[in-house]
Design a protein around this ligand. Structure first.
Ligand code: CP
Length: 305
């Protein structure tokens, strides 16, 4: 059975194939009739054990535009609340003749664990602070679309790297595609293993912005912190918040990205988020085509010939 559990399990050719397939689907979803009949015989369950706006709706739309049958499961309204286990929950759903599972879960490694216990393809839609592979794919696709290529581009990921699945998946994907990668944030929000990932580490935001072509701004994930990390939100905004004044002080026009949700006034000001330097809504738009490509390529391996 084929899965997308993390970028860690992909190679450069896999990503290029996803991008080429996404190019075709992007063309499809810009037509008046945005659907293709490709997956009429496939049923997909979207299992969300953690909140989501973009990823959940983007997957559902991608599945519907491929003509798959779709069922949606939200843990907070389910029998998980009565103590049912993850494996029991998923196996019960699969017994209704479901072919593929898209799962978001708060625990790192939940997708890998589930893949050892079920007989269906799994797409990881975010597992705790571990990986968010489709976010990294749509981020890299958006950089390529905006700048023409990724190889040799300087990309800084700014913020709470310690708690971010977006950071880890982006680091893996960007390095596979030949970008130079920097992480920037307060020392307290950088993981101890960061030096082993082959990225440049910088604690000064202005130095990071002067270096980069693209800055991917992350939210501080207070919900994943057992203790309150230094700095406070106000201190964070002062030291790591990107403002128009900071961008205007650079001698070049860099591209601003954000996976969402944005905390306006903390990691970026509204003026920056809504400026023509930001490609944040382009990222969201591309997410549908990229997820169509991932689902289509995995489904082609489970469909009978
Ligand atoms: N980027 C992202 O994963 O957003 P959601 O949490 O809203 O899905």
């Amino acid at each position: 059975v084929n899965h997308l559990l993390g970028i860690k399990y992909l190679n450069t050719s896999d990503i290029n194939l996803i991008f080429e397939t996404a190019d075709q689907f992007k063309e499809v979803i810009n037509r008046p009739i945005k659907k293709v009949p490709s997956l009429r015989d496939i049923t997909i369950a979207n299992l969300f054990f953690e909140n989501s706006t973009r990823t959940k709706l983007s997957f559902e739309l991608a599945e519907k535009r491929l003509s798959a049958d779709v069922i949606n499961f939200s843990a907070s309204q389910s029998s998980v609340k009565k103590g049912e286990t993850l494996i029991d929950t998923v196996n019960n759903i699969l017994s209704m003749k479901v072919d593929m599972v898209v799962m978001r879960h708060p625990k790192p490694g939940a997708g890998v664990f589930l893949s050892k216990h079920i007989n269906a393809s799994i797409i990881n839609a975010g597992d705790g602070a571990h990986e968010h592979p489709t976010q990294a794919l749509l981020d890299c696709y958006s950089i390529k679309e905006h700048l023409g290529s990724i190889k040799g581009k300087k990309v800084v990921i700014v913020g709470d790297i310690l708690h971010s699945r977006v950071a880890l998946s982006n680091i893996y994907a960007l390095k596979l595609l030949g970008a130079e990668v920097m992480v920037c944030g307060p020392q307290t929000l950088l993981p101890k293993y960061i030096g082993k990932l082959g990225v440049i580490v910088e604690t000064s935001l202005i130095k990071a912005l002067q270096w980069c072509d693209v800055a991917n701004m992350l939210r501080v994930q207070n919900e994943r912190m057992e203790i309150s990390y230094f700095p406070s939100t106000r201190e964070y905004a002062q030291q790591y918040g990107v403002t128009k004044q900071l961008l205007d002080s650079l001698d070049k026009k860099i591209t601003i990205m954000h996976p969402g949700p944005i905390n306006r006034g903390v990691e970026i000001t509204s003026e920056v988020a809504d400026s023509d330097q930001a490609i944040i809504l382009d990222q969201v738009e591309n997410g549908v085509a990229v997820r169509m490509a991932v689902i289509y390529l995995l489904a082609s391996k489970i469909k009978p010939n």
